[in-house]
Ligand binder design. Structure first.
Ligand SMILES: *[C@@H]1O[C@H](CO)[C@@H](O)[C@H](O)[C@H]1NC(C)=O
Ligand SMILES: *[C@@H]1O[C@H](CO)[C@@H](O)[C@H](O)[C@H]1NC(C)=O
Ligand SMILES: *[C@@H]1O[C@H](CO)[C@@H](O)[C@H](O)[C@H]1NC(C)=O
Ligand SMILES: *[C@@H]1O[C@H](CO)[C@@H](O)[C@H](O)[C@H]1NC(C)=O
Ligand SMILES: *[C@@H]1O[C@H](CO)[C@@H](O)[C@H](O)[C@H]1NC(C)=O
Ligand SMILES: *[C@@H]1O[C@H](CO)[C@@H](O)[C@H](O)[C@H]1NC(C)=O
Ligand SMILES: *[C@@H]1O[C@H](CO)[C@@H](O)[C@H](O)[C@H]1NC(C)=O
Ligand SMILES: *[C@@H]1O[C@H](CO)[C@@H](O)[C@H](O)[C@H]1NC(C)=O
Ligand SMILES: *[C@@H]1O[C@H](CO)[C@@H](O)[C@H](O)[C@H]1NC(C)=O
Length: 788
């Protein structure tokens, strides 16, 4: 962009100038950026040789109180006299660029962006290399969109709340129910998304290196784009019965807080180096999340957080208007600014901060503190470094969005995440040569809008399930069966049964859509929506061969009926597979790849809906018939357990080596371990020297099948002794492993007992139970003694 402008300067022909300006506009590049020469680049905040903090302070020092207040909203105002244009903080990038916030716009030269699978599906791959590759690809598209003036630089992803209850409408957006997985995913997404290093425009997504993880140098320095750990904290209820997220008071025990709700946030910040934290709508033990100064202080001081804190949208207004926690709008503003929140998604701070200052409830220093965090992040992103086209990422353009590489990655993610739940008598894979016709049934079969799930943008080129099957077998016939996934009418059943009866094989797409589970909407039942179960029954009766049932959606579905029905040969869960979902389903059915995804959430039976969703307790309480939640604590029956997933092969494991005894300390001068009535344990805190205590577990993964494949190996442990509220088991290691047909792969995992095998006691202190522990790998077990 620079060269034509230089030429104009020398030959100022007005017509040419206008023409070129029009061309530049059409190309969608930024016209209006801060520090634009010749007048506005002389401010100290534009000098990239100065330290970040000095540049941030320089801006603040030049603003009047009114101008400062205008910066406290997601739509931050321009400061024309300083050459600063407006900035939109709110862009979304959960599984690709999404138009949910005003920051991302698909109305320019880039009309679409890759819709990768919804997070719960990609997470089911248990593949960290894949997670990093996704974050890198999304960051490349994000920066390209910014260069085209169609996005900001600050993105409000990932969603790392624990998928605590199967009814949660936004569970689909998360990596699932396990805190160790959510923590790992958070670190991978954030560190890669933000990182400068390992980025190469020519190989946009394989550039994400393992090294990035602990790249502490980049913490306070430049970023490619900014990620946000949301929603802090204990946020996992939308609208269920008479509870809504806007007023819900999550009653969380210190124990659950320490070992379920906080670990993902702690990792996201400490290891991921996140530059943003979003405080949630709900209250936590009576106090609105954005007013929890105690928690925000701990995050800054103990976790080293140095980014900005944004509220969820309108989460400050509700503190006064809905929660009635504050007694005036000004008090709500004071509560959050004093607590350490920096910016409000919404206009509440724009409207009420000035009067809060006049009333003496907020000081100008409180605002300056917030602005320092905000401007520091924008400086790190290069916003004040001049023309985006001339910057490090200036060459990222529409060529880098919807690229072949990104489409291949979207395919890869859906393939790796897809979960095979049932395959009786080897119904799958189908053999192409012996098939004359396939019937596809189901309301989602020919609809592209069901592919992405929540927070989807405009897809580059969506492939429906019907498109995908027709690529394999052009004669595939289709009948929706129901008008939509709500399936309130059986009018289409007869047509669908005829279509199914005439085909060699029938594939039925059932399951969930955003109508059943989405933001601001939880499910009340875990069964298939509407008359879908009847549809499955009708089609199963009329199909020639055993039916293949495919389930869409993020949350678990109680499909016990289908699990036990011999007329249903196979069941696949495909989540929200992203824009290439149709191709991936067909590939799975025909055995072009070997399914190896495993569930990231427990599939509970319908009876679980007797458990109140608002009960935040993770631990079971037999005295009141409370079964607990997630694979770590739940004591009831399951439809499919956490980590479940079949393949076209059969895998077996064998421990090769693991220690039998671990000694945690070697000097008697250290304080003795603590104990209670039930078991001895060791307190783990920042002073505990655990780093050197990691041990290696080596094992063999054997593929006893005829097809090569990748799947995740999950290493669990349980302690034989327990204290009150000890988990039944916990995940202490995972890795996706490739094994050749009839081959074996040796795997090594590093386990840190303090980090991975500890849990919280009732006081919320992290402890490690001493004595015998059992490592579990499939059905194999290995016993280990931990001594102090
Ligand atoms: C930018 O800051 C550096 C370091 O203080 C200084 O040497 C340089 O003169 C400044 N540049 C401009 C254009 O002011
Ligand atoms: C795209 O939409 C935004 C917001 O609605 C608007 O401000 C902008 O002018 C539009 N851009 C184009 C090229 O139409
Ligand atoms: C993990 O994902 C990467 C990136 O898609 C892929 O290259 C690799 O094969 C995957 N690993 C396994 C074991 O499937
Ligand atoms: C990317 O490829 C182009 C064209 O092949 C080349 O000119 C450029 O130097 C490459 N960039 C990097 C960072 O490798
Ligand atoms: C919701 O309804 C239940 C039973 O009708 C009642 O006990 C409870 O107080 C209500 N909760 C709220 C937040 O209104
Ligand atoms: C599938 O959907 C497309 C686009 O909505 C439509 O044109 C086509 O007729 C549909 N195909 C069938 C078999 O229903
Ligand atoms: C899926 O949900 C969206 C949003 O509620 C709706 O517009 C669409 O019609 C639904 N599609 C189907 C097939 O149910
Ligand atoms: C689903 O279809 C029914 C008609 O059977 C209609 O009343 C309802 O609005 C549709 N739902 C959606 C989300 O489109
Ligand atoms: C154990 O003691 C030895 C000798 O005092 C010391 O070198 C070593 O670092 C200690 N190990 C741990 C894990 O503290």
């Amino acid at each position: 962009m620079a060269q034509p402008l230089c030429r104009i300067k020398r030959r100022p022909v007005l017509l040419l100038l206008l023409l070129l300006t029009a061309v530049l506009h059409a190309a969608g590049a930024h016209q209006n950026y801060p520090c634009k020469p010749p007048y506005f680049n002389s401010f100290p905040f534009c000098n990239s040789s100065l330290p970040i903090a000095d540049r941030a302070r320089s801006i603040i020092s030049l603003l009047s109180l009114q101008e400062k207040i205008q910066q406290l909203s997601n739509t931050a105002a321009a400061v024309p006299r300083l050459g600063i244009p407006p900035y939109e903080w709110w862009s979304e990038s959960l599984h690709g660029l999404a138009g949910n916030g005003p920051g991302v716009r698909f109305n320019g030269t880039i009309p679409a962006a890759t819709v990768f699978p919804q997070v719960i599906l990609s997470a089911s791959s248990f593949n960290r290399t894949l997670w990093r590759a996704l974050a890198r690809a999304i960051s490349v598209e994000a920066r390209a969109m910014y260069n085209a003036d169609q996005a900001g630089l600050t993105f409000w992803a990932p969603n790392i709340n624990i998928f605590r209850d199967p009814r949660w409408g936004r569970g689909q957006e998360t990596p699932g129910e396990d805190p160790m997985i959510a923590s790992t995913y958070a670190v991978d997404y954030v560190s890669t998304f933000q990182s400068q290093s390992g980025w190469n425009p020519n190989s946009s997504f394989f550039g994400a290196k393992k090294r990035d993880l602990a790249d502490s140098d980049s913490r306070r320095s430049s970023m490619m784009v900014s990620a946000c750990c949301k929603h802090h904290t204990a946020y996992d209820l939308e609208k269920w019965r008479n509870f809504t997220r806007y007023t819900f008071d999550a009653q969380v025990s210190a124990q659950d807080m320490e070992d379920t709700f906080q670990p993902p946030f702690k990792s996201c910040i400490k290891e991921g180096g996140a530059s943003c934290l979003m405080c949630s709508y709900n209250k936590i033990n009576g106090i609105p999340s954005c007013a929890r100064g105690d928690l925000l202080k701990e995050i800054k001081q103990q976790w080293g957080f140095d980014g900005y804190v944004t509220s969820d949208c309108d989460a400050v207004a509700i503190i006064f208007e809905d929660q009635m926690y504050a007694s005036s709008p000004e008090d709500a503003v004071a509560d959050v600014l004093k607590a350490g929140m920096d910016i409000n998604c919404g206009t509440y701070l724009l409207r009420h901060t000035e009067s809060a200052v006049k009333l003496g409830k907020v000081r100008e220093e409180d605002i300056d503190r917030a602005l320092f965090n905000l401007f520091s992040v924008l400086v790190r992103l290069g916003l004040f470094d001049g023309d985006p086209a001339k910057q490090q990422y200036g060459e990222l353009s529409s060529d880098h969005v919807c690229s072949k590489e990104h489409r291949d990655l979207a395919l890869e993610a859906a393939r790796q995440g897809l979960v095979l739940l049932k395959n009786d008598g080897g119904v799958l894979p189908l053999t192409r040569s012996s098939l004359a016709s396939i019937a596809l049934v189901g309301p989602a079969g020919n609809r592209s809008e069901v592919l992405g799930g929540g927070y989807s943008g405009v897809p580059c080129d969506a492939k429906t399930f019907l498109d995908g099957l027709r690529d394999f077998l052009p004669s595939t016939v289709f009948a929706p069966g129901c008008p939509n996934t709500s399936c309130l009418s059986a009018d289409g059943f007869e047509e669908a049964a005829l279509v199914a009866g005439a085909a060699d094989v029938t594939v039925l797409i059932a399951g969930l859509n955003l109508t059943e589970e989405t933001e601001d909407h939880d499910r009340v039942s875990l069964l298939l929506p509407g008359k879908q179960e009847e549809l499955v029954g009708a089609i199963a009766s009329s199909s020639k061969k055993a039916l293949i049932l495919v389930l869409t959606g993020g949350g678990p579905v109680d499909i016990s009926f289908a699990k036990d029905d011999p007329r249903i040969g196979a069941i696949i869960w495909i989540g929200y597979p992203g824009e290439v979902g149709g191709q991936v389903l067909a590939e799975a059915l025909f055995g072009d790849f070997n399914p190896g995804g495993q569930l990231q959430v427990t599939w509970y039976p319908e009876s679980f809906t007797d458990v109140p969703m608002n009960d935040m307790n993770m631990r079971p309480d037999p005295s009141r018939g409370y079964p607990g939640r997630t694979h770590r604590f739940y004591t009831g029956e399951v439809v499919y357990e956490y980590g479940y997933g079949l393949s076209y092969s059969a895998y077996a494991y064998k421990f090769l080596s693991a220690p039998s005894i671990i000694r945690l300390r070697n000097s008697s001068s250290e304080p003795p371990c603590e104990g209670d009535d039930e078991a001895d344990y060791l307190r783990i805190d920042d002073r505990t020297r655990c780093e050197d205590l990691g041990f290696r577990v080596r094992f063999l993964v054997m593929n006893n099948g005829d097809m090569a494949g990748s799947h995740a190996v999950l290493l669990f442990s349980r302690s034989v002794a327990s204290i009150s509220g000890s988990p039944k088991r916990q995940l202490i290691g995972f890795e996706r492993v490739f094994t050749a047909a009839h081959g074996a792969t040796e795997v090594e995992m590093l386990v840190n007992p303090c980090k991975h095998m500890s849990a919280a006691n009732e006081k919320g202190e992290r402890i490690l139970v001493l004595g015998a522990h059992v490592l579990m790998l499939g059905g194999e077990e290995h016993e280990l003694l931990i001594f102090a």
